[in-house]
Ligand binder design. Structure first.
Ligand code: PEP
Length: 253
């Protein structure tokens, strides 16, 4: 059975003290009321080691929002997958549309990052999704297929078992505009079908495919009720413990 996952992406929000406060609150809230799904928080690099010491890793997984495309060495300012892993983190988000757009991360660069993350024992939350112009041109299926082919379909089935897919239509990220549950289910089912074509049905059935894009407590139950939506990657609504908990609780509905 594939995992149900609610993952938070804090992005470039929260200084260290604020991040510690949020992680502490979330840890307490989830200790008091155990989630019905896996919960992951992906924080800025500087928070990882401290937050790792605060959370109960049985209940909350920890992830980075990025890692370097090089293993080690003279790459000033970069943070390697090995360094991320050494903090106690278990996950890394790769391929977020903000990284692709603002930092020119190409499929080839992301492929290097994916390989290094897996080689260092991290699970990858790999983001894919189309822009508004691509959706209006009905190119969304071709876009997500190319993104998978470009960066993760070279993996062996054993390696691919450590990939979580996050479908995030760019037009829905941080805009308040959510894909309808039917729109999301349609493309999630398509994504699962191309994973099945590449790796077979068993791997496809075991792959968690998360939805991301203005997901909140009010729309999460309807999205998560769809057969091919296995949870969410949450930006804005992961920055306050009650909002994030509201989405986690959608798995109890
Ligand atoms: C994201 O950027 O991963 C995301 C889903 O953001 P938001 O929930 O704020 O739309």
């Amino acid at each position: 059975m594939r995992k149900k996952i609610v993952a938070g992406n804090w992005k470039m929000n929260k200084n260290l003290q604020e991040g510690v406060a949020l992680a502490t609150e979330l840890n307490e809230v989830l200790a008091a009321d155990k989630p019905n799904c896996d919960v992951v928080i992906c924080t800025p690099f500087i928070h990882l080691a401290t937050v790792s010491g605060i959370i109960n890793h049985e209940v909350i997984g920890l992830g980075a929002e990025n890692c370097a495309d090089k293993a080690s060495g003279a790459y000033t300012g970069e943070v390697s997958a090995e360094m991320v892993k050494s903090t106690g983190a278990e996950y890394v988000i790769l391929g977020h549309s903000e990284r692709r757009e603002y930092y020119n991360e190409t499929p080839a660069i992301l492929k290097e990052k994916v390989d290094l993350a897996l080689a260092n024992g991290l699970k990858v939350i790999f983001c894919i999704g189309e822009s508004l112009a691509q959706r209006e041109a009905n190119e969304q299926n071709a876009v997500v297929k190319a993104e998978l082919e470009g960066s993760v379909f070279h993996l062996t089935p054993e390696q691919f078992a450590n990939i979580v897919i996050a479908y995030e239509p760019i037009w829905a990220i941080g805009t308040g505009k959510t894909a309808t549950s039917d729109q999301a289910e349609e493309i999630h089912a398509y994504i699962r079908s191309i994973i099945a074509a590449q790796y077979g049905n068993e791997v496809a059935e075991n792959t968690s495919i998360l939805y991301g894009g203005s997901c909140k407590a009010s729309n999460a139950p309807e999205l998560f009720a769809k057969p091919d939506i296995d949870g969410g990657l949450i930006g804005g609504a992961s920055l306050k413990a009650p909002d994030f908990k509201g989405i986690i609780d959608a798995w109890k509905a």
